[in-house]
Design a protein around this ligand. Structure first.
Ligand SMILES: Cc1ncc(COP(=O)(O)O)c(C=O)c1O
Length: 566
């Protein structure tokens, strides 16, 4: 009896051990499927971010934070003064109105504080006041309050695919179509029928739902995936942006924990293993622009403290990855969602699905689809889009929104979807990759020939700037670019977005200005670099500064932070 008892205990113990072994293995697999960087470890990133103290360079250190020789510091100082004077002369009204608005607009306070690494921010805000107010747009340009015309490289966050005049027409003609109904909500304007038909055609999917932003479209796609799979977790890839809803923004920027999100490594077998093994994964979200910088966040100059930012798009490799991902999602009944809010309609007429030749179960669209007005949309398979169960009347998946399918948005969307079939728009899609890759190569060749430490990389018309030198001042380029008539968004040189109506002549003008701006920056000494400096040595130095700032007795004086100070 005793030996039976002991035997049973052993067996139980062995089973428990085996179970915990499996659990441990699964856990380890998950850990291995995270990217090594902090972007892959969102909680750690959050913790570290909370430890970074505010400190800033005084006027002296601003020019010499890399211990440049006196002569170089003097050149930088003179260059900065010239630039500052140019900004004062050229942008007075724009800067004055921006300052007036900023006091009451929290978003503006945020973006002006985060244009450049925080250590340098105050000097920049005080002396390089460019402003964030515009009065008009035409062709591929925008004009500020002082009458300065800029080539627009902001792309209006990606909305502007076909040129601003195209959207003005969509909005005007769309309004004409729907103005008799006006702001009536709940019921649909008849234009919706056309929009749904076209979106089904474009996405190759069965049903559509309309929302007010890309963020909401993503929320709804994920909610539906959870509802239908009865699983909890969403997989997003390291660094990928899917809007600002908490579950898809676990990490820095979100004050609460996203407990049901796995942030996994892009283009990785380890990730596929996790998808195969775990039974709690409802969906995988893909933002195809990550092909340009897999496993890194959207590049922005606010974190450009060295020359470590790199990007390169390998279309074949990314396509192969998406195909493998598709296969595993199908095998494991995981809903594959392409978040095409940014790239939809930009890469190809059928969006990323068309461009990469991979079909998703659901696709989110937004930005440009609204023909210039705010929009988010989800297209999906019929079985995934259904919001109730025939056999369980109280088990529903709720989603509403007062302004969903607003007649004016639907009108502009109707125009958009109709016009993109016209020959003059269709022609813009012809040879897109060839054109934009050629333009990028051309600019890179000019930059190389001029021995400038700058290069660009692109997915079609979406570009990013990298730097070939380990410098602490690469973020300065955005201000020279502005001085040379190129408008960038608050992420600076991290993201340049061209509209497809950019002609070769327009591009030539942009490239001329780009090269001239970089030359001016070079002449002003910002790219002087200690030959022994590396990106790692710069990071180490900054870490040392942070530690010193954290334990400095003056810490509390400075702790008011950047947004208290203008
Ligand atoms: C891929 C992607 N998804 C979602 C969003 C969020 O869209 P919105 O800003 O309209 O909420 C964005 C916005 O940049 C995006 O690029």
């Amino acid at each position: 009896m005793d030996s039976h008892y002991a035997y049973a205990l052993y067996a139980l113990g062995a089973a428990a051990l085996a179970a915990s072994g499996v659990k441990l293995k699964t856990r380890l697999e998950l850990s291995r499927a995270k990217h090594r960087s902090l972007t892959g470890h969102v909680r750690m990133a959050q913790r570290i971010a909370s430890l970074i103290p505010f400190y800033e360079y005084d006027e002296e250190q601003f020019f010499s934070s890399d211990s440049a020789p006196e002569e170089v510091v003097a050149r930088r100082r003179a260059g900065f003064e010239r630039l500052s004077q140019l900004y004062r002369d050229r942008f007075p009204k724009t800067a004055a109105l921006t300052a007036e608005i900023r006091d009451g607009v929290s978003d503006l306070q945020f973006i002006s504080a985060y244009r450049v690494p925080f250590q340098y921010s105050r000097m920049v805000r005080e002396h390089l006041k460019g402003g964030t107010v515009l009065q008009s747009s035409a062709g591929v340009t925008v004009t500020d309050l002082d009458g300065n015309r800029f080539y627009d490289l902001t792309g209006s966050y990606g909305v502007n695919v076909f040129g601003y005049d195209f959207y003005k027409e969509c909005m005007e003609q769309g309004q004409r179509r729907v103005r008799n109904l006006g702001p009536v909500l709940g019921a649909y304007h008849p234009v919706v029928a056309y929009n749904v038909t076209r979106l089904k055609e474009i996405s190759g999917l069965d049903e559509v739902s309309f929302h007010m932003s890309g963020t909401e479209a993503v929320m709804q796609a994920v909610r539906l995936a959870r509802y239908h799979t009865r699983r909890t977790h969403v997989v997003r890839f390291c660094g990928a942006y899917h809007g600002w809803w908490g579950d898809v923004q676990p990490g820095i920027g979100n004050p609460v924990r996203a407990r049901e999100t796995y942030t996994l490594e892009d283009m990785s077998d380890g990730t596929l293993r996790v998808l195969r093994r775990r039974r709690n994964i409802a969906c995988v979200l893909v933002n195809p622009v990550q092909g340009l910088h897999p496993n890194a966040g959207a590049p922005a100059d606010t974190s450009l403290v060295d020359g470590g930012r790199k990007a390169h798009f390998d279309r074949a490799a990314y396509t192969d990855w998406l195909k493998r991902l598709r296969k595993v999602c199908t095998e494991c009944n995981i809903v594959l969602i392409f978040d095409e809010v940014f790239v939809g309609f930009r890469l190809a007429p059928g969006g990323a699905q068309d461009y990469f030749g991979v079909k998703a179960d659901m696709v989110t669209y937004g930005k440009t689809l609204g023909g210039g007005l705010p929009i988010g949309a989800v297209c999906g398979r019929r079985d995934l889009m259904k919001r109730f169960r025939d056999d369980r009347p109280a088990d529903i998946c709720f989603a509403r929104g007062t302004f969903n399918a607003h007649p004016y948005v639907m009108g502009a969307m109707h125009e958009f979807l109709e016009r993109i079939q016209e020959p003059e728009i269709k022609v813009l899609y012809r040879d897109l990759d060839t054109i934009w890759n050629r333009r990028a190569e051309e600019l890179n060749r000019r930059l190389r020939e001029a021995e400038l430490p700058v290069e660009v990389a692109n997915v079609s018309s979406i570009w990013t700037v990298s730097y070939t030198r380990a410098s602490r001042y690469n973020w300065m380029l955005q201000f020279y670019l502005r001085a040379h008539g190129l408008a960038l968004s608050w992420t600076g040189t991290g993201r340049l977005i061209f509209s497809l109506n950019t002609t070769d002549a327009d591009f030539q003008a942009v490239a001329d200005r780009f090269v001239a701006a970089a030359k001016a920056m070079q002449a002003d000494g910002w790219w002087w670099a200690d030959t022994s400096a590396t990106n790692t040595s710069i990071k180490r130095l900054i870490l040392r500064e942070m530690i010193a700032a954290r334990f400095s007795p003056r810490r509390h004086d400075a702790a008011s932070g950047p947004d208290q100070q203008v």
